[in-house]
Ligand binder design. Structure first.
Ligand code: GLV
Length: 326
């Protein structure tokens, strides 16, 4: 008999076909999360699960699933998984690093350019029929990206992909990360390590690329925003909660920074409605990795992790190897 797995939410048929060669698949074929009680009930008789970032997998989700051996997240971020609870229960956890680096870096750049040059507000204005004629001293004087200083907070694979793209804009690239990159990696990105305060003070464009955890909760709050230049733009395609949204809204309302480009929010999708009244912020609905090709690669990589985990092999992207050592 094939092992039973749950796919908690709509993915791609290609991933389901691959999984169905190995497993009996219980597929929640809707693009909406299962309510927690239904998720727990459908996990109860399963050996594996393919989960999305909207599924909270913690001790209560696992309590009724004694046979579960692997939870494979279709995302690089995994703050929806309680890794300690999974490890205590002897369940493997995996994510999908690598395949979404370039797409997510592209999204960061899209927001950066849109914020710098006020693209979204200008588009709205044109559509509203307000353009009466070309002006030299128009209402859309933006900030230059070329030759500016890019600051990247969190310099993993995606941070480095963001940095590499800055070469075309002749930017100075600074970064802050707990661990400094090796010299060769710094050279490949033309990036210079600086302490966090220097990063905040000098960046014209500050891009956040940290994973979310209690340690990074509100890494950017009122005190950090106060250090930024009044013309600086803040870009977040990492996770909501890294930025204190109330403090950022306040800074944007009082024009204490130049602008922001945000793909992620605290309590998303229930955004703080004060964002909607601001024209110095560009808002997108957590689409960092959302190209068709990349989302397909993510689903297939998660499927491969699940197939490996339930065939007695070590999945390529195991997050809790210490729970299975020895
Ligand atoms: C998306 O947010 C991801 O973590 O992959």
């Amino acid at each position: 008999m094939k092992p039973r797995i749950l796919v908690s939410r709509l993915v791609f048929p290609e991933a389901i076909e691959r999984l169905a060669e190995h497993f009996e698949v219980d597929y929640h074929q809707e693009d909406a999360p299962l309510p927690p009680a239904q998720l727990a009930a459908r996990l109860a008789d399963k050996q594996g699960a393919l989960t999305l970032i909207s599924d909270r997998i913690d001790a209560s989700a696992l309590a009724a699933a004694p046979g579960l051996k692997a939870v494979c997240n279709v995302a690089v971020g995994y703050n929806n998984l309680d890794i300690e609870a999974l490890s205590r229960a002897g369940i493997m956890a995996t994510n999908t690093p690598g395949v979404l680096d370039d797409t997510t870096a592209d999204t960061a750049w899209a927001l950066l350019l849109a914020s710098a040059r006020r693209i979204v507000a200008a588009d709205k204005w044109v559509r509203a029929g307000q353009w009466q004629g070309w002006k030299f001293h128009d209402d859309w004087l933006g900030d230059d990206v070329h030759h500016a200083t890019l600051g990247i907070l969190g310099m993993g694979r995606i941070g480095q992909a963001v940095a590499r793209r800055a070469a075309g804009f002749d930017m100075r690239v600074t970064y802050h990360n707990r661990n400094r990159l090796a010299e060769a990696e710094e050279a490949a990105c033309r990036a210079e390590w600086v302490d966090k305060e220097t990063l905040l003070r000098q960046a014209d464009f500050l891009v956040l690329m940290l994973p979310y955890s209690p340690a990074t909760h509100h890494a950017i709050g009122a005190a950090e925003l106060a250090l930024m230049k009044p013309t600086a733009h803040l870009i977040n395609v990492a996770r909501g909660g890294i930025v204190d949204d109330a403090a950022l809204i306040e800074a944007l309302q009082h024009k204490r920074i130049g602008g922001a480009g945000l793909d992620v929010f605290e309590n998303e999708p229930a955004l703080d409605p004060r964002y909607f009244a601001l024209d110095n912020v560009v808002l997108t609905p957590h689409i960092g990795s959302s190209s068709r090709a990349t989302r397909l690669k993510m689903a297939l990589l998660a499927a491969d992790n699940l197939i490996a985990a339930l065939s007695g092999r070590r999945p390529p992207n195991l997050l809790n190897p210490q729970a299975f050592a020895g």
